[in-house]
Design a binder for this molecule. Sequence first.
Ligand code: 3EB
Length: 337
Amino acid sequence: MSGLRFERLAVGSHAGDTVSPASRLLRPQPGLTTASPRLLHPRAMVHERWLGPGDALVPVHEGCLSYAIDGPLLFGTAVLDDARHAGGLRGAATQIYRELFELLACTGRPYLWRVWNYMACINEVAAGLERYRQFNVGRQEAFLEAERSAFVGAPAACALGTSHGPLTVHFIAGRQQPEAVENPRQVSAYHYPSAYGPSAPTFSRAALVDLGAGREALFISGTASIVGHDTRHAGDVRRQTEETLDNIDAVVTRAVAGSALSGPHAHDMSRLDYTAYVRHEADLAQVRDTLERRLGNVPAANRAVYLRADVCRSDLLVEIEAQHIGGCPLPSARTVR
Ligand code: 3EB
């Protein structure tokens, strides 16, 4: 049993605070800058906490990694300044993932459950290749080198751009192998054609993890207005948000079909923790309104967090990630269908 829990608390009134919730997975070394999307809403500072079974975590700093082992879980953050790396963003991505995979192997927590990739100027073209595409080349290289599948079974992830900061990768890993979930409305990202870059992105649309004791975690990757492999509704943030929510709905439906927890509320769109990344701050109200209308007046809608970030295709205005860390399984959890 893993004991994974998640808390999200809005505290104080630090309007415009630049702390990203996901950066709170683990504090890297004091004084170290990270790439961190800026908080837009709620206006108060948000504390997000991932909890395992332990209480006093001792963070370890090794190379580019800061991590803590908590029972069967491994939480951490890797930071490497791609601007100072001889191999640029591509080389920094390979090195971060190489060190991460070594850590997973030697701590006996081999499976990546969820990864957040944050990097500066993600849509900027440098040396003829967009930086996100450089990142994809480096990330895939590390997966292949470590003989990890860069295709079916890749972890749930997101990749967002900030105005500044070193390549920053937050991660949760464990002993349990997640079940990868794809979206029937979308081409798997690891099969995107080469028009989107020389190496495909390495992530699954979602990951379902058995936490033991009848609990499951559903991690839905960053999701955008993409159908097949095409961007839909360029220039229209409201319709992009609607299409994104249709994609999340499709992933949840797929996940429930493959889930051991077959109750109708095991994983339900109205019960997810949502984080929306908005490219233009001026679009915040429209993204919020669309999400709130779609979910209705439920706690999930009011608890959603909105961050300012660049999405990894220039024509995407919004990306939304979601998760459900199960805590109250239904009695009929294992009904035969
Ligand atoms: C997409 O569907 C939008 O490169 O890790 C979403 C989630 C996206 C993860 C990643 C990219 C990533 O292609 C972008």
